[in-house]
Design a protein around this ligand. Structure first.
Ligand code: GLU
Length: 250
């Protein structure tokens, strides 16, 4: 099975930068999938979150500087953890025109496939330092969905700090019920999403559902789940996923 895993900043970083234990857990679970012969691509946020503690000054370029500092820190941690399981990782930083330019997109897909065929874990993030308003993809949820569709993945797994999509915001109502399965993403489903988002990430639940809509209408089943839950990644390939499953359309 080919699975694209997108991790949000909240899943791997806190106010003081990257959380080593969370990164260790993520890579350990990915290693289990690789061991079983699955193909995995990781789309990761966290560069800005990783770098910001080292940019305490005010500057209009603060987030760009944080991304420039944080991206290598993030990759360094992924390399360290992947070494424990004896696999290599490769970094790909992209801009929106890498998707719109046909040649470049073909190049992107074939390079990723080559890495997968050699059991190398491709790790993708938006090129935060180089992006301009024109070149922005939006957020990493939609980036994950585009990667999943481009690579004709079997699944897109979006990991966040919520258990999935709820009938109302679980941060405001502890009894908010989790929706386990969504067959059709209509305005009723979209309206369930609160516009709240974390300080460091760009997305929020609405962008996850939009990403799920894009992926499912292009034939990729999408799962949204809690990245801090033990076993969440391995459960994504089974039948009992403890989050929200969005059924693919085609
Ligand atoms: N690319 C950003 C980062 O690595 C995060 C973008 C997002 O959260 O969607 O920090």
């Amino acid at each position: 099975m080919r699975i694209i895993i997108k991790v949000g900043t909240q899943v791997i970083a806190g106010k003081n930068g990257l959380d080593q234990k969370k990164i260790a857990k993520l890579i350990k679970e990915i290693s289990l999938l690789l061991k079983r012969g699955h193909e995995v691509v990781l789309v990761t946020s966290g560069a800005i979150g990783a770098g910001l503690p080292q940019v305490p000054f005010m500057n209009p370029h603060r987030k760009k500087i944080a991304a420039a500092i944080g991206q290598p820190l993030l990759i360094h941690d992924y390399i360290r953890e992947a070494k424990k399981y004896k696999f290599s990782i490769g970094q790909i930083l992209i801009l929106s025109d890498d998707f719109t330019n046909k040649e470049r997109f073909k190049n992107f897909v074939s390079n990723i496939k080559a890495m997968l065929s050699h059991k190398i874990l491709p790790i993708i993030n938006e090129n935060d330092v180089m992006k301009t308003e024109d070149l922005t993809i939006g957020d990493n949820d939609i980036l994950g969905a585009k990667v999943a569709v481009g690579l004709k993945a079997d699944k897109l797994l979006i990991l966040t700090n919520q258990n999935g999509l709820h009938i109302c915001n679980p941060d405001h109502d502890k009894n908010a019920k989790l929706i386990k399965k969504v067959s059709n993403i209509d305005s009723k489903i979209e309206n369930l999403c609160s516009l709240d988002k974390s300080d460091l990430g760009l997305g929020g639940m609405i962008s996850k559902v939009q990403a799920a809509k894009y992926a499912t209408t292009h034939g990729v089943e999408t799962l949204i789940g809690n990245g801090n839950k033990k076993g969440i990644i391995t459960s994504a390939i089974g039948k009992n996923f403890p989050g929200t499953r969005f059924i693919k359309k085609t």
